[in-house]
Design a protein around this ligand. Structure first.
Ligand code: HEM
Length: 370
């Protein structure tokens, strides 16, 4: 527990230990998500970029549970089994499109951006012609601090709002069996949800599963390229794909932090916390806590058990965790038998981010079995 007052940010407690992150996340009444959901540079807070947004991550119980229930059944393992074949088909098509690529290419723009995008768009029911816009929304919303993505928000905002309005109007008039329809027609206690909550729901659904999973896939591939012994171990034991998927999430931990605000005076790890103070939960740090993980700084594809905090913990535990795990496992299952040779051909570039981070460009070269 460390009190931080960094330049450009409002002050907060940095929570970096596995046990403390779990303890705080398990007490949503004492440590609330509202009003400061995440650390954002003061300059961006002052621009009011997150004002007027009410998503699941800015809600607290009991309200949070009602809203979470609107989408939760879509992300249960049982429901997801019914789309496993279609995720595999999408993955295979992406590999096929790059199978005879002989030179350098960017794994992010040509592969890892598209897999999570196509998967979440198919769950939502987004049309193929809207995928490029959804991709732009996701990249920009989670890349606000990065000069490559952030400045595009001003130009994008009206198109984003127009898109959500079109979806809302269309699915309210002609509901189908997709998740967009479930959200557009959602009710809580028999009443339709408010317009701000509805648009916020569409926003979190189109963004939360994208950059996170993309960064896990990219960082996971980079870890395997840099550690040929771990790649060979997986190729010899492809059944480890599910276990390796969790190690990839622990290792890359794309969500850097979420915040909580103390609702009363309390204590964490012997440290008094005053009501109103903010606490920032650093998930990547908790996932490398040497009190919990042996050789915490080693990437081990067979690490099991793996109680990482990459998906958070407790009340706000990632809604899409099973979907993300499935996408990474299927990626590995399709990649391992195909890859003959793979190399890094340039310097990986990381996103400038304090919220969702990772590699935004990964130049590689590969030879695949066709
Ligand atoms: C590797 C990929 C992913 C990572 C690392 C990740 C990580 C996280 C984390 C750390 C949280 C906050 C947990 C907490 O505060 O305790 C979260 C929440 C959430 N995630 Fe994910 N996520 C991933 C993929 C997805 C996918 C595919 C979806 C699908 C739409 C998704 C939807 C959500 C939603 C809706 C929440 C808010 C849940 C709530 O507040 O109740 N995530 N995620």
């Amino acid at each position: 527990m460390h009190w931080c007052e960094p330049t450009g940010y409002r002050p907060f407690w940095a929570v970096t230990r596995h046990a403390d992150i779990k303890a705080i996340s398990s007490q949503p009444e004492r440590f609330a998500n509202a009003p400061r959901t995440m650390l954002l540079a003061k300059q961006l807070e002052d621009q009011g970029l997150t004002r007027g947004i009410r998503t699941l991550v800015s809600m607290d119980p009991p309200e949070h549970r009602g809203y979470r229930a609107i989408a939760s059944s879509w992300f249960r393992p049982g429901t997801l089994r019914s789309i496993e074949n279609s995720i595999r088909d999408t993955t295979r098509r992406l590999f096929d499109s790059l199978a005879d690529r002989s030179g350098t290419f960017d794994f992010v723009t040509e592969f890892s951006s598209w897999l999570p995008l196509k998967v979440i768009c198919s769950v939502l029911g987004a049309a193929e012609e809207d995928e490029a816009l959804v991709l732009q929304i996701a990249n920009t919303a989670f890349g606000l601090e990065d000069p490559e993505f952030g400045p595009k928000m001003t130009e994008l905002a009206p198109r984003m709002v127009a898109y959500y309005q079109r979806i809302m109007t269309d699915r309210q008039a002609n509901p189908t069996d997709d998740l967009y329809s479930a959200i557009a027609n959602a009710t809580i206690d028999g009443e339709p949800i408010g317009i701000i909550e509805l648009v916020s729901y569409l926003l979190i659904m189109t963004t939360a599963g994208h950059d996170t999973t993309r960064n896990a896939l990219t960082g996971g591939l980079l870890a395997l390229i840099e550690r040929p012994d771990q790649l060979a171990r997986l190729q010899e034991n492809p059944r480890l794909a599910a276990v390796a998927a969790d190690e990839i999430i622990r290792w890359t931990s794309p969500v850097i932090q979420f915040c909580r605000t103390a609702t009363e005076d309390s204590e964490v790890a012997g440290q008094p916390i005053k009501a109103g103070e903010n606490l920032s939960l650093f998930f990547p740090s908790g996932s490398r806590d040497e009190n919990v993980f042996e050789d915490a700084d080693a990437f081990q594809v067979d690490r099991d058990p793996n109680p990482h905090l990459g998906f958070g913990f407790g009340e706000h535990y990632c809604l899409g965790a099973s979907l993300a795990r499935m996408e990474i496992r299927i990626f590995l299952e399709e990649f391992l038998p195909r890859v003959r040779n793979i190399q890094l051909t340039g310097t990986p570039l990381r996103t400038a981010a304090s919220f969702v981070g990772g590699v935004k460009h990964l130049p590689i070269q590969w030879e695949l079995n066709v």
